[in-house]
Design a binder for this molecule. Structure first.
Ligand SMILES: NC(=O)C1=CN([C@@H]2O[C@H](COP(=O)(O)OP(=O)(O)OC[C@H]3O[C@@H](n4cnc5c(N)ncnc54)[C@H](O)[C@@H]3O)[C@@H](O)[C@H]2O)C=CC1
Ligand SMILES: O=C(O)[C@@H]1CCC=N1
Length: 270
């Protein structure tokens, strides 16, 4: 699998996160092509990863048999019409894996043609460190072998979640695609508060990060529920109780619910 030629349309944040995950899983940079319109991006990518770059998206068709679409959702249709032409000329049906939020397999099938082999995937940024979560749905023409291949590829970047019902995709966008940003925001707020309480930036960051990593590791490994773990931290009328009461007064759960609904609603709007 590691010697398969793979191309990316778009070389931004998400393409680079998946690339980093694949390279860490021993994919050869010489088997990777990134098609990016801006010279600065192409130069940065060659310097950082020593892989192939091209200004023209259609080079992806001759180069690869797996193509990640890593442009903004609104650009997928435009990019697809370019690639569709090249696919016709080359008489090739590469596997198309869209990373675009909210773009469905039915839309992809329409953009790339009825015979195309499309996957709608929703990864997240921790793919770069092998800790990603990718929700994924296969289009109607994808056979067992291509599903297995896509699963193996995405698994190089973390966990995969194959959705039985594509209507769940906005929920995956809200709870995985966008979610790393919620944790970064929470860390940002904790670091700033710890500084106000007297810690240096570095100590505040260490305290927040180590507590976060410790809590997430426990939540992943413990047989106890997150509610039970939370109770283990909370002494009756102690310090944690005061903090949690303040969160409750400010309706943190509702704040989170509203934020995730807003993300899901946006995903369903593309
Ligand atoms: N950033 C994230 O955490 C996640 C992003 N995604 C999805 O990944 C896709 C890309 O997002 P990001 O990487 O964050 O955006 P980005 O803005 O970092 O990267 C997009 C890249 O596409 C390039 N581009 C623009 N027009 C192009 C064209 N016609 N042909 C080829 N390349 C073109 C841009 O130069 C840019 O480098 C989006 O659809 C987004 O929904 C999905 C999950 C997580
Ligand atoms: O913010 C966005 O639209 C993209 C999709 C999920 C994460 N980033």
């Amino acid at each position: 699998m590691q010697d398969r030629p793979i191309a990316f349309i778009g070389g931004g944040n998400m393409a680079q996160a998946i690339l980093t995950g694949l390279l860490a899983a021993k994919f050869a940079p010489s088997n990777m092509l990134v098609c990016a319109p801006t010279l600065a991006t192409r130069k940065a990518l060659t310097t950082k990863f020593s892989l192939n770059v091209s200004e023209g998206n259609c080079d992806a068709i001759t180069f690869a048999d797996v193509i990640f679409i890593a442009v903004k959702p609104k650009l997928v249709e435009t990019v697809a019409s370019e690639l569709k032409q090249a696919m016709k000329l080359a008489e090739k049906q590469p596997l198309i894996i869209s990373l675009a939020a909210g773009v469905t397999t039915a839309q992809l099938q329409k953009y790339f043609g009825d015979k195309s082999h499309v996957f709608a995937a929703m990864p997240n940024l921790p793919s770069a460190v092998g800790q990603g979560l990718t929700g994924v749905v296969a289009g109607k023409n994808c056979d067992t072998n291509s599903i297995r291949l896509v699963d193996e590829l995405l698994s190089c970047c973390g966990k995969t979640l194959w959705l039985k019902d594509e209507r769940q995709m906005p929920a995956i966008v809200a709870s995985a695609g966008s979610a790393p940003a919620y944790f970064f925001l929470f860390l940002e707020a904790m670091i700033a508060s710890a500084q106000k309480l007297g810690l240096s930036y570095q100590d505040a960051k260490t305290a927040a990060l180590q507590s976060g990593m410790g809590a997430l590791t426990m939540a992943a490994q413990s047989p106890l529920s997150v509610v039970e773990l939370k109770e283990q931290v909370t002494s009756p009328n102690g310090t944690t109780h005061q903090a949690l009461a303040s969160f409750a007064d400010n309706n943190l759960k509702l704040v989170v619910e509203q934020a995730m609904h807003a993300a899901a609603k946006k995903a369903a709007s593309y």
